[in-house]
Design a protein around this ligand. Structure first.
Ligand SMILES: [Zn+2]
Length: 116
């Protein structure tokens, strides 16, 4: 039996490949909640709102996710907003992977050193 029609109709989310996984070199796909490695054994992933806690409230774009997966940080600073101080600030988003931990995807912010 063919269920090709069913498959194409249920294509709610485009599984676009955004880049290669830095850990296992499988494809990183676009999913319902974020970007994830197509290799089931591999836990590399980034949710769309992974940086919300840090003040980056926007949905993580595919190009940003690609930068994070390939170089561990965003190329440029992004606009964040601190709910603590109610102020805007700029920071570089970072991503690191520690495969032996329960939650191996670590997200954070990095600040450019101010020149003296
Ligand atoms: Zn992977």
């Amino acid at each position: 039996m063919k269920d090709e029609t069913k498959n194409s109709n249920s294509k709610k989310y485009d599984n676009n490949i955004i880049c290669k996984c830095p850990i296992c070199e499988s494809n990183i796909l676009t999913g319902e909640y974020g970007y994830y490695c197509s290799n089931k054994e591999c836990k590399v992933s980034l949710r769309y709102h992974a940086y919300k806690y840090a003040g980056y409230d926007k949905k993580l774009s595919a190009s940003l996710a690609k930068e994070l997966f390939t170089s561990g940080e965003s190329k440029n600073e992004v606009k964040c907003h601190s709910t603590k101080t109610d102020k805007d600030f700029s920071a570089i988003l970072t991503w690191t992977y520690s495969k032996d931990e329960q939650y191996p995807n670590k997200t954070g912010l990095k600040f450019k050193n101010k020149e003296k």
